[in-house]
Design a protein around this ligand. Structure first.
Ligand SMILES: [Mn+2]
Length: 231
């Protein structure tokens, strides 16, 4: 059964979040260390790995060094801070091959045959576009484990409708995935709806948290067991 490490909002390159002693990739390094220690099968980056598309190249190169230490595949979803536009930071990276970057307009499914697992997500593609991350995902394919990844704001009160990148609770409930890996909030938060487990991992750089997820099948039903992990 697959074990996932879900993180988001690392915000590499953000000046205010780091003390003089910290380096811009410290939080990412801790995430990678945690993935190794917890022997996860897959790492999910649910948006805003970078604080902007203008992060200096030496820092980008350090990010690639850290990602190269991962002994397992990973999925990176571009967020509203690091959208996959023409100037995207991701176009300057030499990502190691086990890293799968989600870039298709409208969303795409990333498949991991050896894990019998599929991850669907819709990437941010510009700073201007106000996309709905979980609007109308496709039917799941035939993989045993179905995951969605999204970067946006869950609507909890009418005031939230003023915000951008909205995720509606009924979109989570109806998405037909076993786990929904969310980003955009700094705080770790379980926002499960109905049968669907959905969690904001929280930010490792700002809050020192991540989500460890075990997908399990009991009596024919898949359950996602999520633990808030300190990183
Ligand atoms: Mn964000």
């Amino acid at each position: 059964v697959p074990r996932l490490l879900h993180t988001s909002d690392v915000h590499v390159g953000e000046w205010s979040a780091t003390s003089e002693l910290a380096t811009p990739v410290d939080a990412l390094r801790t995430v990678v260390d945690t993935a190794i220690r917890e022997r996860v099968d897959l790492v999910l980056f649910a948006g805003d790995l970078f604080d902007s598309n203008r992060v200096p190249q030496p820092i980008c190169d350090q990010v690639c060094v850290e990602l190269s230490r991962l002994p397992v595949p990973s999925v990176i979803l571009p967020g509203n801070h690091d959208p996959y536009d023409a100037e995207s930071v991701y176009r300057r990276l030499r990502l190691p091959s086990p890293v799968r970057l989600v870039t298709e307009r409208g969303g795409e499914t990333v498949r991991f045959e050896s894990l019998d697992l599929a991850v669907w997500g819709r990437p941010h593609l510009s700073y201007a576009e106000n996309l709905q991350p979980l609007l109308d995902p496709p039917e799941p394919d035939n993989a045993s484990w179905q995951v969605a990844i999204g970067h946006g704001h869950l609507v909890r009160t009418p005031d939230d409708l003023m915000r951008s990148y909205l995720i509606h609770a009924d979109q989570i409930a109806a998405c037909r995935r076993h786990y929904v890996a969310l980003g955009h909030w700094d705080v770790h938060h379980d926002v499960s709806q109905g049968e669907v487990t959905a969690v904001y991992s929280g930010s490792p750089s700002r809050k020192g948290v991540a989500a460890l997820v075990d997908l399990e099948r009991t009596d024919g039903r898949v359950r996602a067991r999520v633990v808030r992990a300190a990183v």
